[in-house]
Write a protein that binds this ligand. Structure first.
Ligand code: HEM
Length: 372
């Protein structure tokens, strides 16, 4: 489904079949990095360099080479270990607390921290690198002009923090070669907000379900249905390199397409009764064996350049959600971060039903409320 847009606006595709067709068609490219204007950049420093060096904003042979490097890093990870570490760290955050604010305490800190240490960041740099990755992720998709803002400065400095942390792991006085820094940064940044959204949206959905254990679904299908029903990544873009068909729709060269992943996941031609949260759509046996392949939910993209972090993201999110099962939402009103393409809760407070008599403030900060 698409409409001719008013002048200056992008075309939006919402049909599942059209979105899949475009994602599989090599005539549709990823738009250039926001920092594509000529700027003086020193390799290995700052966001303008980083955006120009990651796989996410590149095409063709350059994309193939950079993506292979990211895939190499991710393939070396053991999903069972990621899941166990995410579970243990989440349990430690929740232990003894009546209420915990998940988005500040867990949703980024746990997955990014676990991934960073598995990718070579020394344990003592973990928290600093989590903060650095969070700053880089916030600036990743912003236009270059935003680099003049304090956010841009903080993100530029954050690239240096990650470089320094990886340098410590390499040895005295070493700096990671720029290609390695770009690959590790690209992986951690992609993991940061999207996984936080998956964790937050899954917990929001799960904690609203009836508490009856008979209705308890395997965490794998809860995540699959969250990715369909309330996906953290709502849209992505492609630009037509030549005149082409977007599914059944002709698109002129140069036109930018907005692929509305969230709408496609509620396409009634593919998902009957699409607005209902219903984990039974997904077969637990397939997902338990790691053969889910997304079940058509498009949560991790599709076609020529799907998310290479799917296995890691699902392992980390499964560990976190599993550790929080049994907790309830302390406040049903969930505010969301302002974002054109992501849906990530800004605040999500969980409470332990067995500690309802305890003080009711939501644990958000270390200093005021005791050790981790
Ligand atoms: C451990 C966590 C994750 C890692 C390491 C990761 C890594 C990546 C990387 C490196 C890319 C760029 C691929 C390329 O340029 O070819 C990517 C793309 C993508 N990721 Fe992830 N990701 C993670 C979590 C997630 C999550 C939780 C979601 C959504 C629920 C997600 C959705 C996507 C999508 C939709 C794309 C493709 C965008 C497009 O086609 O334009 N990722 N991811």
């Amino acid at each position: 489904m698409t409409a001719d847009p008013p002048a200056g606006q992008d075309r939006r595709l919402t049909r599942h079949a059209d979105v899949r067709a475009v994602l599989a068609d090599p005539r549709f490219l990823v738009p250039a990095a926001p920092a594509a204007q000529p700027v003086a950049v020193r390799p290995g420093t700052g966001m303008a360099w980083l955006r120009g060096a990651v796989s996410r904003f590149s095409n063709g042979a350059e994309h193939t080479r950079r993506r292979a490097r990211a895939v190499g890093l991710l393939d070396a990870l053991d999903p069972a270990r990621l899941r166990r570490e995410a579970y243990d760290r989440t349990r430690a955050e929740l232990a003894g607390q009546a209420r915990v604010e998940v988005m500040t305490r867990i949703a980024r800190r746990v997955p990014v921290g676990v991934l960073a240490t598995r990718l070579g960041v020394p344990e003592e740099w973990r928290e600093e690198v989590v903060a650095a990755v969070t700053a880089m992720a916030a600036a990743y998709h912003l236009p270059l002009a935003a680099d003049a803002s304090p956010t841009g400065d903080a993100a530029d400095a954050a690239v240096g923090v990650l470089g320094a942390a990886l340098g410590v792991a390499l040895g005295e006085g070493e700096a990671p070669e720029p290609g390695l820094l770009a690959a590790v940064a690209g992986v951690l940044i992609q993991a940061c907000d999207a996984t936080a959204g998956l964790v937050g949206n899954a917990l929001a959905a799960v904690t609203r379900m009836p508490a009856d254990p008979a209705l308890r679904w395997p965490v794998e299908v809860l995540l699959a249905e969250t990715l369909r029903w309330d996906p953290p990544v709502r849209l992505t873009r492609r630009v037509a390199a030549e005149d082409a068909m977007a599914g059944t729709v002709p698109v002129p060269a140069g036109a930018v397409l907005v692929l509305d992943l969230a709408a496609a996941k509620r396409d009634p031609e593919v998902f009957p009764d699409p607005h209902r949260f219903d984990p039974s759509r997904f077969d637990p046996a397939r997902f338990r064996q790691g053969r889910g392949g997304g079940g058509g939910h498009l949560g991790f993209g599709d076609g020529l350049r799907p998310c290479p972090g799917e296995r890691a993201a699902l392992a980390l999110a499964a560990g976190i959600v599993e550790a929080a099962l049994g907790h309830r939402l302390a406040d049903p009103e969930i505010p969301y971060e302002p974002s054109p393409n992501l849906r990530v809760p800004a605040r999500l407070c969980l409470q332990d039903p067995e500690r309802l008599q305890a003080p009711t403030n939501c644990r958000t900060r270390e200093s005021a409320e005791g050790p981790r």
